[in-house]
Design a protein around this ligand. Sequence first.
Ligand code: KIV
Length: 270
Amino acid sequence: MVTTRELRDRAGDEPITMLTAYDAPTAAVIDDAGIDVILVGDSMGNAVLGHDSTLPVTLEEVQSRTGAVARATEDALVVADMPFLSFGVDDADSVENAGRMLKEADADAVKIESGPHTVELTRKLAQLGIPVMAHLGLTPQHVNQLGGYQRQGTDPDAAEELLELAREHEDAGAFSLVLEHVPANLAAQVTAALDIPTIGIGAGPDTNGQVLVITDVLGLDEWSPPFSKQYADLRGEMTSAVESYKREVESGEFPADEHSHVEDDVDDVY
Ligand code: KIV
């Protein structure tokens, strides 16, 4: 079993591998492959729920999908993403919502899109025994404020602010930090400045680990971000399987004898 403590201790040694998953069969494949961390990301909004952002994703949707992932996972650390407005509005609600991910969905930790407003919440959750993965750089829940999904930390002021926030979240007790869509040289400096592991997505090679969205990796989406890499063409595979099925049903080739059974006793009921 991968633990948050093990990941903290591994910072700077063997790279940490992390992928998202939103269902049991995908989680089982990822876990069997020995990936360290499975993130039940709110990226499910775009990746599998048909939304054009992560904003509509609900606590109940992340909870339900985290439960499915956790039931199929034996070794990886399961991290549940806190969806938009499930934290940061009211302190007691934030704690309760994060707690539900561990108590009811069997997550091992939560991830929170971070900013100045999440430092004290991170401290509170860590004190209560809810491990927090912080997330800085591009935080897609701020898409309306950012005006899109652009690179972050690209000027000295923004870079310094990000580094300071990273330090504050580490001091508050975060066990790791996701850095999304930031310059590789900034991610390298943040990584050098922290003891906790950094996990990059679009943040270059010098973080302590990497994360990608599983539907991008498998080639299920028509679009994927420029910093992602597609390792398979499941959309193509699915298209050809569905077309073959349609063709065989229409031609009568499916179902064949081996997919059917006959009982002599029910020969004469009509
Ligand atoms: O929701 C998500 O999948 C994420 C990762 C891209 C880090 O936040």
